[in-house]
Design a binder for this molecule. Structure first.
Ligand code: HH2
Length: 344
């Protein structure tokens, strides 16, 4: 029995739990990742084959264990309900908020505002990874992020902070300034030293899937089967992180919406998100204000409502972490979701 899925016939089978939140829950239904969603059926996916739905109890015990077990807390936060990760880009060129918080004082105020709006975690970044963004030297990235983290901490903020970086030096400086976790869009492939920094500091790490380097990743990205390819790639990065000494219970996975993906790829990943629970780890979704939301939503400039809709599609599939720009709107949407469905 593989860790990633299980075998059936000739091909690898990938079990995707069909996530439900309906109040009428059959006896014997399983909790999804220890959260409020449940499942009693599973869609078995196989490359090149039609999928087939089977009752959940048909799955091997180890597969069921990974799908149902509660996830380890993230920087002290329980993950039995969706958590909001507020984005703070201290950059001149991020695709959505670039230039607005480059000034340290503006960044500090924005960080405090995001927490007041209900962010459970602040994700602070000093390098844009949008297609075509200019590379940033380590010293510059540190100068943008570490002082803001230090200022938030000296102002008394206790909210968890992740540093959004691909670089060991930037992560080290951020952790020294008071950050609690590392968020790497390259899943520890960009800087060979970053895994060691994370392992030594014993902090959580978010491993995000990307295909290709930021500069060229949107030039005709292709997959055999985007959902299964991203799943396999994340499984491999999780194994590499463990081999580098990072404890499995400190790893979060993220399919990397928009990173080497077309709009159709993004939709396939959002639609199939619950598959990723099969790795037995918390799942982060970062779709906020990304291009496909403007395209499908019909207004390239007003992407908040569409972002909230996609965040809720993630919540409906048991995603534990939502990386968003619009914290207040997402918080309000979650409150309504909870009022309707209860518990979540
Ligand atoms: N998306 C962006 C940056 N970091 N990290 C994770 N884990 N998941 C994501 O989806 C993700 C991420 C891109 O968004 P943003 O930070 O708004 O833009 P930019 O890279 O231009 O700063």
């Amino acid at each position: 029995m593989g860790r990633r899925a299980h075998k059936h016939g000739t091909g690898m089978i990938y079990p995707r739990p069909i996530a439900m939140q309906d109040g009428s829950r059959p006896k014997g239904a399983y909790p999804l990742a220890g959260g409020r969603c449940w499942f009693d059926r599973v869609d078995l996916l196989e490359r090149g084959q039609p999928s087939r739905i089977v009752p959940a109890p048909d799955l091997p015990a180890d597969v069921l264990d990974r799908l149902t077990a509660p996830r380890a807390p993230f920087a002290g936060l329980t993950l039995d309900r969706p958590r909001i990760i507020g984005i703070l880009n201290v950059t001149p060129d991020s695709f959505s908020d670039g230039g607005r918080y480059l000034d340290p004082q503006a960044a500090l105020l924005r960080g405090q505002a995001l927490v007041e709006e209900g962010a459970d975690v602040l994700d602070i970044g000093g390098e844009s990874t949008r297609p075509g963004a200019a590379p940033v030297h380590d010293d510059e990235e540190i100068a943008r992020t570490a002082p803001v983290i230090a200022a938030l901490r000296s102002g008394g903020m206790t909210t968890a902070i992740s540093i959004d970086t691909r670089k060991a030096g930037v992560a080290r400086a951020a952790l020294a300034a008071g950050a609690d976790a590392v968020n790497d869009v390259s899943a520890l492939t960009f800087d060979a030293a970053l895994a060691g920094v994370v392992a030594d500091a014993r902090v959580p790490v978010i491993l995000m899937h990307a295909q290709g380097a930021p500069a060229t990743m949107q030039d005709d990205p292709r997959y055999d089967d985007v959902l299964l390819d991203v799943y396999d790639a994340l499984a491999a990065r999780v194994a590499a992180a463990e081999a580098a000494g990072i404890a499995r219970n400190r790893i979060v996975i993220d399919p990397g919406i928009g990173f080497g993906k077309t709009g159709a790829h993004n939709l396939a990943l959002v639609r199939g998100l619950s598959l990723f629970h099969g790795l037995g780890l918390p799942v982060m979704l970062g779709a906020s204000r990304k291009r496909f939301i403007g395209v499908i939503g019909g207004d390239a400039d007003a992407r908040m409502p569409g972002s909230v809709a996609v965040a809720l599609a993630g919540v409906a599939q048991g995603v534990q972490m939502l990386r968003v720009h619009d914290v207040g709107a997402t918080r309000a949407a979650l409150a309504l979701w909870q009022a309707v469905w209860g518990g979540i």
